[in-house]
Design a protein around this ligand. Structure first.
Ligand code: SAM
Ligand code: DTB
Ligand code: SF4
Length: 746
């Protein structure tokens, strides 16, 4: 017999009566009902994962994932099977017994993506977890396929009352929703259906929603009650008078009423817990809520820290619902079929192999190429040739001869500072014109370390759409709300500032590169800084490709520019490009340096770079200061290569004096073929493919170098012109500088 089959049908006046009982009476009744039907003090922990985020065509006024609203949620492709399985394993290890996968789809379509979701369902179920999906509207056959794959439950919310629904969503009807729920039910999948409070609905609407839910036949086995998580950019939040947050007591009333009306259902205290006090959550549990979503993220919005949840449950004397016997079997220690048993390892290798086979099929499989031949280097970032400069080599050799230790022996906080490193930091700060600098072990460690430290979870960070991975990962790790700004678009940035004001103690940051590695164009730093100055936004600038080749004494775009410097809290200077070494310096105030030494985990927990690296970088900086002609020659080489390509009908990207010269070819295969042909002729050239660059813009990223033979650029261009099958790229820059298909060139 299905759960709730014997539940009474509730009339609207009855529901209204329950909902409006004096609060303590309502909670007492709900608690009593709860004890009759559920184990006392048990809460099911569930984990949510957005397997396909953003880009949804629907217009749900609360939802950050609707494509039509500018919420900063990026549309991303369906996650890989391995990513989902790994997340499910982690969820299970952390005590969740239910794993819910969400996709921002209007409806489920048969096809390869749905096939992949079915595989995910099958394998997550295989871990012994309850599996729930929320994928939008569902037809009868698709529901059956999900059931066959082992789906436990399907989440499809009514969201609000039938009367208020039209104020919130216009692209699908209440009846559409009921049809999906019916299809789920008929396929034998259990129904998870609830709503959101705080959309601006009235008390009568809340009563009507609960009335509708309780009268589904049978009522849903699972009833998520969400409080609106307001997200800037959604119409609900951006209107002149956004709805007031739902009052905690109203929320508790809704939970308690749901418990009384649907005695056997799991009542899930879902989105919005960050805005509920621990005391309010405690009352929800007492009133019959017996499930929460754990993990620091719901689908796209933040959720309480899992340790805090654990502490709260412990404080209240509640315990997590135990895993099913199947899950316990799966979680058995190594040697009994766990991940480190031979079978687990074999399965893991098979999974990696199949993922990489798929990459190969899409021309996405990468191998480490042999060292670029010295002959014609058009791919390295050794812009000034400092990896081979005699003065740098001499400095390194002398230091080693003088007994410089080869390793740093540990992290700087533990092993202490080597004078070569402190000298580099002082020298670098003087060159760059800041109070201080701090040496990180790599550019990636600096990007991740600085951003994850300076940005707080409650902050807003505006991020250029073409920022590199190190910055993206640092921003992600910080948990700050990320607003993606179209590449180098100052007007769009000003508009984003307007749309995302700082509330309360929120801080706002802008994160950009000064010279974009894959596009070869300079950021409009002065204009961006002016916008930041008037809005009280702090800037962080990654000078990876600008350090050593531009600005005062070659120290980058921000150096000696007080108009920009005034809003910049940190500049990042990875040393693997023009400086010809590795590691990275972060420049700024003394306070910044102290703060990073104390809080930046990638600094604190990394072994310090070997002192010889500091000697090498210090020597490289001296060369840059003493030989400014290297940077001038680089600019001349860049202009020369662009002229050669343009004369032959190509449309190289990037700014005229930038040493990075992208030739966008479109498809991965075209870029790979072009790179292979040039390599075969003695040119070191690399194809750059997604995800490093946006889909459909695979390219050759050509770089020029001081000291390069002037004839090399001409030979490269003419080879491109003559090579069979090559044609001028299908992309060119429009007046605004954006890459656009260029049919005239085809
Ligand atoms: N596209 C699918 C659908 O609508 O069925 C699945 C994903 S959708 C994000 C799942 C549910 O999350 C929505 O029905 C809504 O109840 C809830 N939700 C979405 N955004 C929310 C927000 N900002 N605050 C609270 N709940 C939200
Ligand atoms: C539900 O009712 N709440 C969960 C689950 N079902 C899928 C989703 C909450 C999403 C909150 C907004 C977000 O994180 O994007
Ligand atoms: Fe799309 Fe679901 Fe968000 Fe509505 S709630 S916009 S259907 S992802």
């Amino acid at each position: 017999m299905p759960a709730n089959a014997t539940a009474p049908t509730w009339t609207l006046p009855q529901v209204s009566h329950v909902y409006r009982l004096p609060l303590f009476e309502l909670i007492a009744q709900a608690h009593a009902v709860h004890l009759q039907h559920h184990p006392e003090g048990e809460v099911q922990l569930c984990h949510l994962l957005s397997v396909k985020t953003g880009g949804c065509p629907e217009d749900c006024a609360y939802c950050p994932q609707a494509a039509r609203y500018h919420t900063g949620v990026e549309a991303t492709p369906l996650l890989s099977h391995a990513e989902v399985l790994a997340a499910a394993e982690r969820a299970r290890a952390a005590g969740s017994t239910r794993f819910c996968m969400g996709a921002a789809w209007r409806h489920v379509k048969d096809g390869p993506e749905f096939d992949r979701v079915l595989e995910m369902v099958r394998d997550v179920a295989g871990l012994g977890l309850e599996v729930c999906c929320t994928l939008g509207m569902l037809g009868p056959q698709q529901a059956e396929r999900l059931a066959a794959a082992g789906l436990t439950a399907y989440n499809h919310n009514l969201d609000t009352s039938p009367e208020f629904y039209g104020h919130i969503i216009s692209t699908r009807t209440y009846d559409d929703r009921l049809r999906t729920i019916d299809n789920v039910r008929r396929a034998g999948i259990s129904v998870c259906c609830g709503g959101i409070l705080g959309l601006g609905e009235s008390e009568t609407d809340r009563i009507s929603l609960l009335h509708t839910l309780a009268n589904l036949h049978p009522p849903p086995e699972s009833v998520p009650i969400n409080a609106l998580v307001p997200v800037a950019g959604t119409p609900l939040t951006d209107q002149p008078e956004p709805p007031a947050a739902i009052e905690a007591f109203e929320f508790i009333r809704a939970i308690a009423t749901a418990r009384v009306l649907m005695p056997r259902s799991k009542v899930r205290l879902s989105a919005g817990r960050l805005a509920l006090s621990r005391e309010a959550q405690a009352l929800c549990f007492y009133a019959g809520a017996n499930s929460i979503f754990v993990g620091d993220k719901l689908l796209t919005t933040p959720n309480p820290d899992q340790d805090h949840d654990r502490a709260l449950l412990q404080l209240l004397g509640l315990k997590a619902e135990p895993p099913t016997p199947a899950a316990r079997r799966h979680a058995a220690p190594a040697g009994a079929g766990g991940i480190s048993s031979p079978a687990g390892k074999l399965a893991m290798h098979a999974a990696w192999q199949s993922e990489m086979d798929a990459d190969r099929g899409r021309s996405r499989f990468r191998t480490l190429p042999p060292l670029a031949p010295a002959a014609a280097d058009f791919c390295s970032n050794d812009y000034l040739g400092l990896t081979r400069h005699p003065a740098v080599r001499e400095a390194v050799e002398r230091a080693l001869r003088d007994g410089l230790p080869l390793g740093s022996t540990g992290s700087r906080l533990v092993s202490g500072d080597h004078p070569a490193i402190t000298a580099l930091e002082a020298g670098f700060a003087a060159w760059r014109g800041t109070e201080a600098a701090l040496f990180f072990s790599s550019g990636y460690a600096a990007g991740v370390g600085v951003l994850s430290t300076l940005l707080r979870r409650q902050d807003i960070v505006f991020s250029d759409a073409h920022n590199p991975a190190s910055l993206i990962d640092g921003m992600r790790l910080s948990g700050a709300q990320r607003v993606i700004v179209p590449h180098n678009d100052v007007a769009a940035f000003r508009e984003a500032l307007r749309r995302h004001p700082a509330l309360g103690d929120q801080r706002r940051f802008l994160v950009v590169e000064s010279l974009y590695s894959m596009d070869g164009d300079w950021a409009p730093l002065a204009e961006l800084a002016a916008a930041c100055a008037s809005a009280g936004v702090a800037m962080i600038v990654d000078e990876a490709h600008a350090t050593g080749i531009t600005g005062a004494a070659g120290a980058g775009c921000v150096a000696a520019r007080p108009d920009i410097e005034d809003v910049v809290v940190a500049t990042l200077h990875p040393c693997g490009k023009a400086l010809g070494a590795a590691g990275a310096l972060v420049a700024g105030s003394r306070l910044l340096r102290d703060y990073l030494i104390n809080h930046s985990r990638s600094f604190v927990f990394s072994t310090a770079p070997p002192p010889v690296l500091a000697v090498q970088i210090s020597a490289a900086i001296r060369v840059i200061e003493q030989e400014p002609e290297l940077a001038s020659e680089l600019t001349a080489q860049a202009r020369h290569l662009r002229e050669q390509l343009t004369a032959l009908g190509w449309a190289p990207g990037g700014d005229p004096d930038s040493p990075i010269v992208p030739l966008v070819l479109g498809s991965d295969a075209a870029a790979l073929a072009a790179a292979a042909a040039l390599t075969a002729s003695g040119f070191a050239v690399r194809a750059i493919r997604p995800p490093t660059v946006p889909e459909g813009t695979a390219r050759l990223r050509l770089t020029v170098h001081a000291g390069q033979h002037p004839d090399a650029a001409r030979r490269l261009a003419s080879l491109l012109a003559r090579a069979p099958g090559f044609r001028p790229p299908a992309y060119a820059r429009d007046e605004a500088g954006a890459l656009r298909p260029a049919p005239a060139l085809r």
